[in-house]
Design a protein around this ligand. Sequence first.
Ligand code: AMP
Ligand code: GLY
Length: 426
Amino acid sequence: MHILVLGGGGREHALAWKLAQSPSCDTLFVAPGNAGCPNSTHLDPMDFPSIASFVREKQIGLLVIGPELPLVEGIVDYFKEQEDLSFCKLIGPNQTAAQLEGSKVFAKEFMARHHIPTAPFQAFQRDTLYLGFKAIDAGNPPYVLKADGLAAGKGVLILQNPDDAKRELAIMTNPEKYGAAGKTVLLESFLTGIECSVFALCDGENYVLLPTAKDYKRIGEGDKGPNTGGMGAISPWPHENPDFMHRVTKDILEPLLQGMKAEGNPYTGFLYIGLMVDEEGTPRVIEFNARMGDPETQAIMLRIDSDLVPFLEASTRPGGLKDMHLNISSSASAAIILAAPGYPGHYPKDLVIHLSKGAEEREAVLFHAGTKHQQQRLLSSGGRVFAAAAKGVNRQEALDKAYSLAKTVAFEGMQYRSDIGYEWQD
Ligand code: AMP
Ligand code: GLY
């Protein structure tokens, strides 16, 4: 079977790395990919007609959609409308189901209907701004403001001061500032605890759990400074235990799948559940994503022992995942993002990259993210340039190997957090 992975970041390189190992994979393409991906193909993931032509021409049997934007814009619906593309199995939810990520109001109202634990919220628009101000006056800091739509990680503000919260609410509800993403803004209660990322592959009715992870979103060590797409990840989430996973599946994942099916929107594909877990171990949903996480995927793929392709194929049939069991290694893994100087603010591109050989071994993989080849040279092309990922018998060994691998990469101004996993480092 020929497989196409859409997207061009570290997540897609990690998915491609895993899928290419499958005995059922003949050729694996990544579009647009990067300098590390096999068969990077110049296709825009938002150009659905060109992707469809490529799928026809290459007889792609499995299309894995990495990023959220094509899903939220309806790539799955677009493909399903064309009968001659029925040979291609699609991994990802349709446009309505992808609203779990595409609209925070949709996700929150859905959770309220199905009693899925999450932070209480209220939604405001430009014409109800005064109600928002009243709610801020009546509430307590910190104030959490969220743009309704996709905002590429820039849609959440956490503010201590009520006046700042009011000012930002006014700005965010102004379509000129946030565009369509900010028309409706959520004011949400602040949740305390430890964040945890849970991942599942779903077939509309059943699911298999993938490894859990902890993501490090801030640029600075000790979780300081602005939010980024993610600066590193460890897997498993260090507090994972069977009781906790039971709560996540019984209180969140199963009600989600049942609720989406009952409402006529069965959820298929990867589901990312971003959780805040309080001191009693109670998980509450911060967000859903209709895709895998980046950089969690770079850590997670190293811990999946099963061939993923049969699971992906099964996820495209309602009930297909019933009785299937994914083998997850008892080892630990880590991924360290190597970023361009200035990221997540303004950063230079076309930095010349030097890779010294030797550190890559079977259990350590340098996943490319923002890289490209130009005239025989390897250059940076994005803010997050690589993820140095490794597996070890325990978390410390995985981190040591990932950091050793990171040290084999050099480009001007390269920055990375040297404290990934710091809460649990021995
Ligand atoms: P999101 O884009 O929804 O993932 O939010 C980005 C980050 O903001 C999360 O990873 C959390 O660290 C933080 N966050 C979002 N919502 C809340 C909340 N209700 N309480 C506390 N922190 C939050
Ligand atoms: N690592 C966070 C995300 O993928 O959204």
